[in-house]
Design a protein around this ligand. Sequence first.
Ligand code: ADP
Length: 172
Amino acid sequence: MPTAMEVFQSDITTLQVDALVNAANSSLLGGGGVDGAIHRAAGPQLLAECRLLKGCEVGKAKITQAYQLPAKFVIHTVGPVWRGGNHQEAALLASCYQESLKLARRYRIKSIAFPAISCGVYGYPIDQAAVVAIQTVQLFLRSWETKLEIVYFVCFDKLVFNVYRKILGSLT
Ligand code: ADP
């Protein structure tokens, strides 16, 4: 069975998936946006485990338990800050998706939910970020054997949702 890709509009913290991905900052000690929402919903034990990880580089990913979240794991990845597009932003963003999926593969994860990494405070243009996200996930799934049954792209707002839906729709 090929892995399905689905887009929907939701608060990622409410999802019952094996892993949800956090668009973290390199300290891994919490922040605003989706990061803040994940830490609030998971409770203080998540921050305690994150402290042990000693941060994370841009484009890399680390995994923790999910504590009070309905998910089983949180995969923390650090997206690039948008600096005009000529500073390896696309390669670094693609790497976030690849490294997260490598962890998902290693942990035999069946369902994973990604937020729109870098598209909030980090300022990555959503139309470009969504293409990177979808193409990178698609290529990974074609290249590697995984246990993944479904990959969700979770959009917090309607605008982001519409962009993803259009791009995913153009593939089928
Ligand atoms: P970054 O610093 O990587 O830009 P942000 O958290 O600021 O990360 O934003 C990334 C994306 O996550 C944005 O599109 C934002 O609207 C979205 N977002 C914020 N809160 C949530 C949430 N609870 N669930 C899903 N997506 C969210």
